[in-house]
Design a protein around this ligand. Structure first.
Ligand code: NAP
Ligand code: GCO
Length: 265
């Protein structure tokens, strides 16, 4: 086997919402594999922070201010990327939010806001980049799903509904554009230590670990939280020619949580 199949040389990769967190880790791995990096954030301050982080990592990233829920802004950004960098070969729909609110206390507006970023935006951004992929004769789309694409839990109804829908959007893009040599897959991270999950890991006033922190460690065969770096290898694989016959698949990178009933208390 030619191991260069795992390389991304000559490819242009757009990772949405990648100033930090999982998106930044995935984009950094793509850069190490040879890709040109494009990322976006919602404001100049966040974008500048991202550009600084990439520069510190020795990565020349192309940053764009774009709210992924704004279809006009996304289409204008794709036009700018194509003019300034080139046609997108690899798209990672990473941008996402969560609101942890019991369903009966959650407003419809809050529910819609989560679905807008976590489900509608991947549709909007994928729809904007697929024509270029068709013109090029190839493309890779990776949707950042979640364990909540498979499981529910209290207070995350909007997030689980969105991530469950994102699993099916992944399969539908596979179905519609597989013939155009576009592979659309998902990555389902387990519990990863990023700003998004920081509230679940905060030390208690007495210095003890957060109950949810202890719960997740007991539910994970790997007996630890994941790190953004744990997602880098799977992401490079799904972005590379090594996965050209993998389509519509959700690759769970969760330390085994989904396979495990959990340690007896
Ligand atoms: P994070 O630290 O909260 O980062 C989310 C990123 O998305 C930020 O850069 C944020 O930018 C950006 N973003 C949010 N809304 C946006 C919008 N409307 N337009 C453009 N960018 C937007 O989250 P994370 O933990 O890295 O998670 C990244 C992805 O992985 C999300 O889809 C999340 O659902 C998923 N995920 C996370 C975990 C986990 O345990 N952490 C597990 C499974 C899946 P701002 O700085 O502007 O807010
Ligand atoms: C939560 C967490 C999870 C993780 C992730 C798990 O509140 O349960 O934020 O939703 O972010 O999605 O895969």
């Amino acid at each position: 086997m030619d191991m260069n199949a795992f390389r991304l040389d000559g490819k242009i990769a757009w990772v949405t919402g990648a100033s930090y967190g999982i998106g930044f880790a995935i984009a950094s791995a793509f850069a190490a594999a040879g890709a040109t990096i494009v990322f976006n954030d919602r404001g100049q301050e966040q974008l500048d922070r991202g550009l600084e982080s990439y520069a510190k990592a020795g990565i020349k990233a192309h940053g764009y201010i774009c709210d992924v829920t704004d279809e006009e802004a996304v289409q204008a950004t794709v036009k700018k990327i194509e003019e300034e960098v080139g046609t997108v070969d690899i798209l990672v729909n990473n941008a996402g939010i969560i609101k942890r609110i019991p369903m009966l206390e959650m407003s419809a507006a809050d529910f819609r806001a989560v679905v807008d970023v976590d489900l509608n935006a991947p549709f909007i951004v994928s729809k904007a980049v697929i024509p270029g992929m068709i013109r090029k004769g190839h493309g890779k789309i990776i949707n950042i799903c979640s364990m909540m694409s498979e499981l529910g839990r209290e207070t995350v109804s909007a997030y689980a509904a969105a991530k469950g829908g994102l699993k099916m959007l992944t399969r539908n893009i596979c179905s519609e554009y597989g013939e155009a040599n576009i592979q659309c897959n998902g990555i389902g991270p387990g519990y990863i230590a990023t700003p998004q999950t920081a509230p679940l890991r905060e030390r208690q006033p007495d210095g003890s670990r957060h109950p949810f922190d202890q719960f997740i460690v007991s539910k994970t065969p790997a007996a630890r939280w994941g790190t953004p770096e744990d997602l880098q290898g799977p992401a490079v694989f799904l972005a590379s020619d090594a996965s050209n016959f993998v389509n519509g698949h959700i690759l769970y990178v969760d330390g085994g949580i989904l396979a495990y009933i959990g340690k007896q208390p």
